[in-house]
Design a protein around this ligand. Structure first.
Ligand code: ADP
Length: 685
């Protein structure tokens, strides 16, 4: 088969493929989560940066407007044509309000100092350096101021202080114009540090560091909080003043490197953890499912293999009698395919039409009463697709689902036609065997018969000769008629008696040999014994055996196959007599006894026993006694006892033997009695 061109990883074994898919999913989710956290962090950082930029811009505009206000304040010093003295007073008071100023000066148009006041908040700035060193800066600022005709600023410069430190200052020069003419300058020395601390809102400097820097980043003045954290954010903004441009820089810190910088990131992270947990749970669940799936598949495969290899037919029906399942063995048994059987209600296609009504009723009763048939099953007859009937053994049980509710019936079916055939064969061969055994017995008895019939026949012959003689006798002195008549009568009666006896012997042999099907009839124990007595007596007389019969009073009839039971009695009697055929044995008793069986069910069984006074049965013989063809006699067939036992067991009884006292053996067997019936029923022969 040509495989579709899937990529290699898809063509792989399903479990490998599932593994790669899982790996891909985990990697994707992990990548997504890392990116989310990173983006959230980035977003927050950008927020911080943006705020800082905004703050810087605001700070710059704060400074610019403050500078403008300061210019206006300085202009107000010249409102009422001041003298240097009055100016100094005003300027000093103004310096009280403006800490950013270090010094205020009034200079004439030639830049000569008219008046100057230092800030009261610190020592005079130029004490150490000398004010003259700043001239160049002042001149430059004032030059620019004149050019713009407005306030202008000098470049900032460093002024060392007497305390060893120093400060960065910047000059502001504003031309004073009176009636269109330059009348002088007012010069304000700004401390850059002062500008930062006084002109920018507290809010900016509380959490950030504000500084003026040069273009190369050198800090000129610094104001603000101490460093907190190690993550620095920086924003710069130009403060463009006439004559000078300053760079305002703000530095902000983040307190920690912050894996979870804010709520958003924390939220994303928590959700990520939840997602990963769900993923793990999902994977565990998936594993459990896969295992369950595998187990289920195994169990299913096992069940299928088992059902397919079963020789027992299986059939399930729902509560409406519709077939819901059949296994291959069942299909094979009835010859219908599963498709033809599934979903079919009654009558089922494998029911013989002539029995369908009966089966239908049986099923209706089962469904209605919902009771299970006997566990050992029942026999029924089914029909193959080709119409042949066959016997089946059906064992049915209720089908219970997982909720414990009955959903139908499950049946196991066995085709017992083969079993029936074997049984039939066995029965036939057993019958043949029995016939053979009977014939063997007959052969044996034929010699006895010839011997025994000799007696009556010889008697008949002599009586006949005697009669003939009497008829011919013409002896003188006698009244022939009288003597002849009474003797003849006697002789003829004897002849008749002997002939009848001979006939009885022959009839019993005939009856015995005639092969008959099993027929149960009610027979009294006496009748059974009487029937065999002539044959027994024949042999008994020959072997000088004393026969005794003892039948308890009031015994019921037995229900049996008369001829077969007689054969059993004959066999046992014959064995007994042969056992006593020992040269030096004087007393040879043969005793028949019939009584109620000694079992708990004594009322229902009669026990027949045949006892002899022979040598008994040695152990090794006893073990094989009932084995067919086992015999210790040269002319024996070894079938007698095994047949006897079969016959007795067919009647439901048992056959066994015990030693007799003082010597010999007692063979006993039981037969079922007719319940509560003592009256003799005429035999149906
Ligand atoms: P057969 O009489 O043809 O030998 P049986 O099956 O009737 O076959 O008996 C089997 C054997 O059991 C006999 O050969 C004999 O040895 C022994 N047997 C049977 N009945 C008696 C008995 N009453 N006493 C001693 N031995 C017996």
């Amino acid at each position: 088969m040509k495989r579709p061109p899937f990529p290699a990883w898809l063509r792989a074994h399903p479990s490998d493929r599932r593994g790669s898919l899982w790996l891909a999913l985990v990697l994707l989710v992990a990548g997504l989560l890392v990116m989310l956290v990173w983006l959230a962090g980035r977003y927050e950082i950008s927020q911080v940066q943006e705020r800082l930029e905004r703050d810087t811009a605001d700070a710059v505009s704060d400074i610019r407007s403050a500078l403008t206000r300061n210019v206006q304040a300085l202009q107000s010093l010249y409102a009422g044509s001041p003298t240097p003295g009055s100016w100094s007073v005003d300027a000093a008071s103004m310096l009280h309000e403006h800490r950013e100023w270090s010094r205020l000066e009034w200079r004439d148009p030639g830049l000569a100092l008219l008046a100057g006041v230092d800030s009261p908040f610190r020592a005079p700035v130029f004490d150490r350096m000398g004010r003259d060193n700043a001239r160049a800066d002042i001149a430059q600022a004032c030059l620019t101021a004149r050019k713009y005709n407005g306030p202008a600023y000098s470049a900032s410069y460093f002024v060392p202080q007497s305390d060893g430190l120093g400060m960065e200052v910047m000059e502001m020069c504003m031309p004073l114009v009176t009636a269109g003419r330059l009348s002088g300058y007012v010069v304000a020395t700004y401390s850059l540090q002062g500008i930062l601390s006084e002109m920018i809102g507290q809010a900016y400097t509380r959490s950030q560091e504000v500084s003026f820097t040069e273009a190369d980043g050198t800090r000129l003045a610094l104001h603000g909080s101490v460093r907190r954290g190690n993550r620095v954010f920086t924003a710069q903004q130009l403060l463009d003043l006439p004559g000078n441009t300053l760079v305002l820089r703000m530095d902000g810190w983040r307190s920690a490197p912050d894996l979870f910088p804010n709520v958003l990131t924390a939220l994303v992270t928590a959700m990520s953890i939840a997602l990963v947990s769900v993923l793990v749970l999902l994977r565990n669940d998936m594993r459990r499912r896969q295992k369950a799936e595998r187990d289920l598949a195994d169990a299913l495969a096992f069940r299928k293999a088992m059902e397919d290899s079963l020789v027992t037919g299986l059939r399930a029906r729902d509560l409406q009698g519709r077939t819901t399942y059949v296994n291959p063995a069942f299909c094979e048994m009835v010859g219908f395919s599963a498709g033809e059987l599934l979903g079919r209600g009654s009558p089922a296609p494998y029911w013989p039409p002539e029995l369908a009504d009966e089966y239908q009723q049986r099923q209706a009763i089962r469904l209605e009463h919902n009771h299970a048939p006997a566990r050992e099953g029942f026999e029924s007859v089914f029909m193959r697709k080709d119409g042949r009937r066959f016997p089946v053994l059906i064992i049915e049980a209720p089908l219970i689902n997982v909720l414990g509710r009955q959903t139908g019936w499950m049946s196991a079916l066995l085709d017992i036609s083969e079993q029936r055939r074997v049984e039939e064969l066995q029965r036939a061969s057993q019958e043949r065997l029995q016939a053979t055994a009977r014939l063997a017995t007959v052969g044996e008895m034929a010699s006895l018969l010839s011997h025994e019939l000799n007696q009556p026949l010889a008697a008949i012959a002599s009586y006949a000769t005697g009669s003939l003689n009497l008829l011919q006798d013409t002896a003188p002195g006698l009244e022939p008629g009288l003597a002849k008549g009474s003797d003849l009568q006697l002789a003829l009666r004897r002849i008749a008696e002997q002939a009848e006896r001979a006939g009885k012997v022959i009839r019993s042999v005939h009856d015995f040999v005639r092969r008959r099907d099993q027929l149960r009839e009610e027979v009294s124990p006496n009748a059974l014994l009487n029937d065999i007595m002539p044959l027994v007596s024949l042999q008994a007389r020959k072997l000088q055996v004393r026969v005794r019969v003892e039948v308890d009073d009031g015994l019921p009839d037995v229900l049996c196959d008369r001829i077969m039971v007689e054969q059993v009695l004959l066999n046992l009697a014959r064995n007994a007599m042969q056992a006593m055929d020992l040269p030096d044995l004087r007393d040879r008793p043969l005793e028949f006894r019939v009584r109620r069986a000694a079992s708990a069910e004594g009322n229902r069984w009669l026990e027949f026993s045949v006892a002899d006074g022979g040598a008994g049965i040695p152990g090794d013989v006893a073990r094989q006694l009932f084995t067919p063809f086992f015999t210790t006699k040269t002319e024996g067939m070894g079938l007698g006892l095994s047949l006897c036992r079969t016959v007795v067991e067919q009647h439901g009884g048992y056959l066994d033997f015990v030693p007799n006292t003082p010597s010999g053996t007692v063979f006993r067997f039981t037969l079922p009695a007719v319940a509560n019936r003592k009256a003799k029923v005429p035999s149906i022969e």
